[in-house]
Design a protein around this ligand. Structure first.
Ligand SMILES: [Zn+2]
Ligand SMILES: [Zn+2]
Length: 432
């Protein structure tokens, strides 16, 4: 992971509900950070003249890790930059993010990756890891030099935005990725089925007259790749799952002993295809919002531990590209700055999902899926913390974003739950 190097900080968070489900901590405590490291956890701690961050009435949890972010750099800095994307992540409670390689140019060579790493060292507000492409130019024809990319610092491999169409090439990708000990992360889409689909194929698409993108376009590829991974006994990470059949396939593969992980986005957890009736282009994403049964299966997948990662798939788009009729809009929505509040409002407040499960799936789950050290609240651990206000109500507005893009499905909505402060690698990187 790469970020600006700056001095670590010392401070005390006092009187917060310290909640780290993985560490089994849930109590009102002080947490003292000395030079970026958690030095003491307890009641009435010696403050050592550190700065005090008042935590009473708030929850202090391990900061979030987003395994799926489009930073748009290099190539589309009008939509996002290293600085704006990582500032948005800090405001969303994230201490680390993984960036996707479908940039211009594609991150498919050690040279492109190396320059991104340099840029992160100059501009990134929080640590960023970079996934490199599976195939050159993400064209699906020829594998990248995975060994060289791993040596250069690639955090994993993906052709996100596109599937790897050839099963033979996917099999070889699994073999090579295993040599590098990096995860393959897959965007699962059978293009001959999704075709020109604008939204989930179902009753709503029929009524609206939009071309449908059926669930089976995803689940068929999920089943193919799980079968290949099982045959090669290699681990696999499935990105942005949307269909109940995909969740069932993942559960079956895990039960069979495969080390497969899955992620799900806030929008797929909060919404169904019914929302598309508004024709808001900010509800157009790939994979599309699906049925109520699919949404329920995704939530059940989190509860059951089949899906262990919440990923925003933060996909900034320029205003002129997104402010067009639904049919002409590109796929993708932003999410870094609203993920926690959206999920708190739509799932935790109504009692659909526990706060503990949400916190684990936004932090330890994604870290483990990529073999990264999970953020934790324990003496001796680097301080990666988020301070959350479960009572705050706020309205999502364009002016509130640190991201350069405003294509959020939550614009104008009032959410409950707010990130008050973020600590990433021993520094307070956000206070709001
Ligand atoms: Zn994707
Ligand atoms: Zn994506």
């Amino acid at each position: 992971m790469y970020a600006k190097t700056r001095p670590k900080e010392s401070f005390v968070v006092t009187g917060a509900r310290v909640l780290d489900p993985a560490e089994g901590v849930d109590a009102t405590l002080d947490v003292r950070v000395d030079d970026g490291v958690i030095a003491a956890i307890g009641t009435s701690l010696e403050r050592n003249e550190h700065r005090v961050v008042e935590g009473s009435g708030l929850v202090l949890a391990p900061a979030f890790v987003d395994p799926h972010v489009h930073l748009r750099t290099p190539g589309r800095e009008d939509e996002e930059t290293m600085a704006s994307g990582t500032a948005a992540a800090a405001a969303g409670g994230y201490c680390a993010i993984l960036a996707m390689p479908n940039t211009e140019p594609v991150v498919d060579s050690a040279a492109v990756l190396g320059s991104l790493i340099e840029q992160a060292r100059a501009d990134a507000e929080i640590p960023v890891g970079f996934l490199a492409a599976i195939t050159k130019g993400q064209a699906g024809a020829e594998l990248t030099e995975m060994g060289e990319l791993a040596d250069q610092g690639a955090a994993g491999f993906t052709d996100d935005g596109r599937p790897v169409r050839s099963p033979g090439l996917m099999r070889r990708a699994l073999q090579y990725a295993s040599i590098t000990d990096r995860r393959l992360a897959l965007h699962e889409e059978e293009l001959s089925l999704s075709r020109d689909g604008q939204m989930h194929e179902g009753e709503v698409s029929a009524e609206l007259g939009f071309a449908g993108y059926p669930s089976v376009a995803e689940s068929l590829m999920v089943e193919r790749d799980l079968a290949l991974a099982a045959y090669e006994t290699q681990p696999l990470h499935l990105m942005h799952l949307s269909a109940r059949e995909s969740v069932a396939a993942l559960a079956a593969a895990q039960a069979g002993g495969l080390r497969a992980t899955g992620e799900v986005t806030p929008h797929h957890l909060c919404l169904t295809d019914e929302a598309v009736r508004s024709l808001d282009p900010n509800l157009k994403m790939n994979p599309p919002l699906r049925s109520a049964e699919d949404r329920a299966a995704l939530i059940d997948g989190l509860r059951a531990g089949t899906i262990t990662c919440v990923a925003t798939d933060h996909a900034p788009h320029a205003r002129h590209e997104k402010e067009v009729p639904f049919e002409e809009a590109p796929f993708g929505v932003t999410g870094l700055e609203t993920a926690f509040a959206a999920l708190y409002t739509y799932l935790v407040e109504p009692g659909v999902l526990s706060l503990e499960t949400l916190l684990e799936c936004m932090s330890a789950g994604p870290a483990r899926a990529y073999g990264l050290a999970p953020p934790r609240i324990a003496v001796g651990a680097p301080a990666n913390l988020v301070l959350l206000d479960g009572n705050a109500r706020w309205q999502v507005t364009e002016r509130g974003f640190r991201s350069r893009s405003v294509n959020s499905w939550l614009l104008g909505k009032t959410l409950k739950g707010k990130v008050r402060a973020t600590v990433a690698d021993g520094r307070l990187v956000y206070e709001g």
